[in-house]
Design a protein around this ligand. Structure first.
Ligand code: GLP
Length: 241
């Protein structure tokens, strides 16, 4: 894993954007793996800016999001569909049919997970997967204890994750109890992985990732098995390194 330390959130977002643009140049039809949460918002702003200035087009880009809550409709402001539309897709020239997120409103979640896996495989797998880091080391919604061999699956969210994400909802009770997430093995099949880490509250998790063992009780440690992982972390996130 390569670690790039940067000054602050803004610089992390700019570097992340530069990293992506670099990869875009080498790919004919880039397939991007996308994350939600606070961390990649700055990166999405940067991408929109580059698009508006004419430096980049998303016409040939396909995307696969990591995860989605179970039970939230696309128009629900707390769904990851809504987040992606608001923070990125509505502002760029990406074609809607090239955009993919798991659908958490279906009755047969297992079938949805299988279909999502098949779509990723048919597309030829993700070229660059963007990831954020959960406080407990989760990636996507793969909570501690998730087998490294997991594929896209439905999960029960940990209380700590529901608490961490409650800031987006009216109350913690409103945070869904289940989600669909790409599995750890699915994530590791991406050709390149870009992990963004920002802020003091992520410092313990980042230090554990860098110096700890590869263990299923710390999902992000699976990334150490991947040959092409780049971490861009700001000074606050690096205080324990
Ligand atoms: C959330 C999401 C992840 C995200 C992570 C960190 O629960 N499911 O995809 O990367 O937790 O979120 P944040 O960037 O808001 O700290």
């Amino acid at each position: 894993m390569d670690l790039i330390k940067v000054k602050d959130y803004q610089t992390m977002s700019e570097k992340g954007c530069a990293y992506l643009l670099n990869h875009f140049q080498t790919l004919k039809n880039p397939i991007l793996g996308l994350a939600t949460g606070s961390t990649p918002e700055g990166l999405y702003k940067q991408l929109i800016e580059k698009y508006k200035k004419g430096f980049i087009s998303f016409r040939d880009v396909s995307t696969f999001n990591l995860d989605e809550y179970v039970g939230l409709e696309e128009k629900d402001p707390n769904s990851y569909h809504y987040y992606m539309n608001e923070k990125l897709f509505n502002h760029i020239d990406i074609s809607k049919e090239n955009v993919h997120l798991p659908n958490g409103t279906v009755t047969n979640l297992q079938q949805e997970c299988r279909d999502y896996e098949r779509l990723i495989e048919q597309a030829g797998y993700v070229d660059v997967q963007i990831l954020g880091l959960g406080l407990n080391g989760h990636i996507g919604f793969n909570e501690p204890g998730t087998p490294f061999s997991s594929r896209t699956h439905a999960v029960e969210l940990n209380e700590s994750t529901r608490e961490a994400n409650a800031r987006f909802f009216d109350s913690k009770e409103a945070v869904p109890r289940q989600a669909i997430t790409m599995g750890i093995e699915t994530i590791l099949e991406s050709k390149e992985i870009l992990l963004l880490v920002s802020g003091k509250k992520k410092a313990v998790a980042l230090a554990r990732l860098l110096s700890g063992d590869i263990r299923e009780d710390f999902p992000a440690s699976a990334l150490k098995k991947h040959p092409h992982v780049t971490i861009i972390a700001d000074e606050d996130a690096c205080v324990h390194i």
